[in-house]
Design a binder for this molecule. Structure first.
Ligand SMILES: [Fe+2]
Length: 245
């Protein structure tokens, strides 16, 4: 399970990013880490490949009806427990945010209902992975008008959205930033997502890379990705905004 502890060669592949801004490691709130020990193991492994700072982004969607105040309380508790550990091999537990699913069930009104953005009012959004012709342009526009910067999580994972589609073009023209999952680039979600991930990056359409880590299965894939030559070459060539968070 803890393959990173056995590895002889240390890689700091993701040190250039420094910050991860998309993971599901807040224990017990969604389909991510289920307990504190699992979270600590995942965080240690992330540090072993160069991550220094982690933001937690639990799901906010109908299937996981999380409430912002409760999530903030749970994060404060996690931070307290991690501080108590005082383990220098852990990355900084930097803050709590969310991954908001924009679908017809999206229940927050821009400006009225609380959301948990990343620093600088950056809000991580996602769509359903299943086909939907729902494109919440008006809700996006309203958040942007209120000073939010929207980040679309893993555009490479939506099979119904092509890189040159009208929807993608509209989102880019609105100033919506894109975040690719690093694991996509190692084929974790299949060949189509891998290819699309690189395509988005090569077209200069990607501002952030995220791990979208849920548990040790993802971590093992992350460790493998850290040794993927094509990924390492890409990290050398392109600049992302992760370290500004
Ligand atoms: Fe996610």
């Amino acid at each position: 399970m803890f393959e990173f502890l056995k590895r002889k060669k240390k890689t700091d592949a993701f040190a250039v990013l420094s910050t991860d801004m998309h993971c599901h490691l807040l224990p017990g709130v969604d389909d991510g880490s289920s307990n504190f020990n699992e979270t600590v193991s995942c965080l240690k492994a992330m540090a072993s490949v160069g991550y220094k700072k982690i933001y937690f982004t639990p799901h906010f969607q109908a299937h996981y009806p999380n409430v912002e105040d409760d999530i903030q309380r749970r994060f404060a508790e996690l931070k307290r427990m991690i501080d108590k550990l005082g383990d220098p091999s852990l990355p900084e537990v930097a803050g709590i945010s969310g991954e908001y699913r924009f679908d017809p069930q999206f229940a927050r009104q821009p400006g009225k209902d609380k959301v948990l953005p990343l620093p600088g009012k950056r809000l991580l959004c996602e769509f359903s992975l299943h086909f939907s012709n729902y494109m919440p342009i008006e809700t996006f526009a309203e958040y942007i008008r209120l000073g939010y910067t929207l980040i679309l999580a893993h555009p490479e994972r939506y099979p119904y959205l092509g890189i040159h589609s009208k929807e993608i073009e509209t989102m880019k023209s609105m100033g919506i930033l894109f975040q690719i999952n690093v694991l996509s680039l190692n084929g974790f979600y299949g060949e189509a997502a891998r290819k699309k991930g690189f395509d988005y990056i090569d077209h200069g359409m990607v501002e952030y890379l995220g791990t979208d880590t849920h548990n040790m299965r993802y971590i093992n894939a992350l460790l493998e990705t850290a040794e993927n030559k094509e990924v390492l070459k890409m990290l050398d060539k392109h600049t992302f905004l992760n370290s500004q968070l």
